[in-house]
Each structure stands twice: as structure tokens, then as C-alpha cells.
Ligand binder design. Structure first.
Ligand code: 2AM
Length: 174
């Protein structure tokens, strides 16, 4: 697609964005668990995928996110998993806290005013560690990471010649 065609269009998602120390920990674990880990800067947990949207929708999502009230929580990243069909290897939680599900629910509810209906598939909390993985299977990571989550973000996915890059557009405290 040309730049002109892309103008005013954004591939958007709400996500949890790891702080630097957590990011380094996840990256280390990804290097140990995967042959071709995703770039460290790309590590995140998607909460709600919004897809391709225009500027007006982006403004609406921003306002909606500002109205979300949800509690902070801790994530224990203690489980490797895989989406075999998508050949994704990921890191997740064996026992996701209820507050995480509540945050996803609150976001899905909030963006309804923007005309966005979240997909009905159950939410599988995961941080993609590797794509085109040879071995997209589960297991236990060598180390358990604890992530204190105090905010969520709205991010944009941008294709580049070197692969996809993510840009945080806005952040909200929990
Ligand atoms: P993935 O890592 O499991 O591929 C940006 O693309 C983020 O949105 C990624 O975390 C990606 O998840 C997620 N994503 C992309 N397409 C999606 C879809 N159709 N449904 C849900 N999440 C999606």
C-alpha cells in the first residue's frame, strides 16, 4: 500500500506494555525458548485488537479508554504456549488474575460507543515470543517472571521493510 493510501489509517490494539526490566526478562526468556525471538522492543500483551481504523475511530477509542476504571494487578508469567496454526510461541500465565479479564471486559464495553464490537472468541492472554516458530508448543519457561501491571496502552502496528514495528500512542493508569 502507498503512503497516501495509508494516510489516516491505523492498525490499532490495546495492550499491556512491559516496563524495561520486565521487557529485558521476557527477552532473555524468549532467547532461551525460541530460535527466532521477536525483537525485544515488540514484546507486549494484546488486550483488545481493534484492526484497521481511521482517525475518527482512533479519537473515539482514546476517549473511551480514558473512561475505563480498572484495578492494577500482578501477572505471573510462568507458562509457555503455542498457537500451532499461526506458528506462534508465546509466554503467558497458568492462572491469569481476574483483574486482567475485567480490564479486557471493561475495554470491550467502553469501545462499543465507537461502534466496535469485540470478537466473541475467549481471550487467551499471551506475549508472542516467536513467529514462524518451528516448535510452537507449550512447556515451562526456565524462569518465572513477575510483572506488576500499572497501566495499559493504545498502540499502532506499522509495517517496515525490517518487519512490523509498534508505536505506543497513549497510556492510561490503572
Ligand atoms: P499475536 O501476537 O498473537 O499475533 C499486533 O498485531 C497485536 O495484535 C499482536 O499482539 C497480535 O497478536 C494481535 N493481533 C493481530 N491480529 C489479531 C486478531 N485478528 N485478533 C486478535 N489479535 C490480533
Amino acid at each position: 500500500m502507498s503512503e497516501t493510501a495509508d494516510a489516516g489509517r491505523h492498525r490499532l490494539f490495546f495492550a499491556l506494555w512491559p516496563d524495561e526490566a520486565t521487557r529485558r526478562g521476557i527477552a532473555k526468556l524468549a532467547r532461551a525458548a525460541c530460535e527466532r525471538p521477536v525483537p525485544t522492543a515488540n514484546l507486549h500483551m494484546t488486550l483488545l485488537f481493534l484492526g484497521m481504523q481511521d482517525d475518527a475511530a482512533l479519537a473515539c477509542f482514546r476517549e473511551a479508554a480514558g473512561r475505563v476504571r480498572a484495578a492494577p494487578f500482578d501477572l505471573t508469567l510462568d507458562r509457555l504456549g503455542g498457537f500451532a496454526r499461526k506458528r506462534i510461541r508465546w509466554l503467558g500465565c497458568s492462572a491469569p488474575p481476574a483483574a486482567l479479564g475485567k480490564l479486557v471486559q471493561a475495554l470491550a464495553e467502553a469501545v462499543k460507543v465507537c461502534g466496535f464490537e469485540a470478537e466473541k472468541r475467549p481471550f487467551v492472554p499471551h506475549i508472542t515470543l516467536s513467529r514462524k516458530a518451528k516448535n510452537p508448543l507449550g512447556g515451562e519457561p526456565g524462569e518465572v517472571l513477575s510483572w506488576t501491571v500499572r497501566e495499559f496502552v493504545l498502540a499502532e502496528s506499522e509495517p517496515t521493510p525490517d518487519g512490523v514495528r509498534y508505536r505506543v500512542l497513549d497510556r492510561w493508569k490503572l
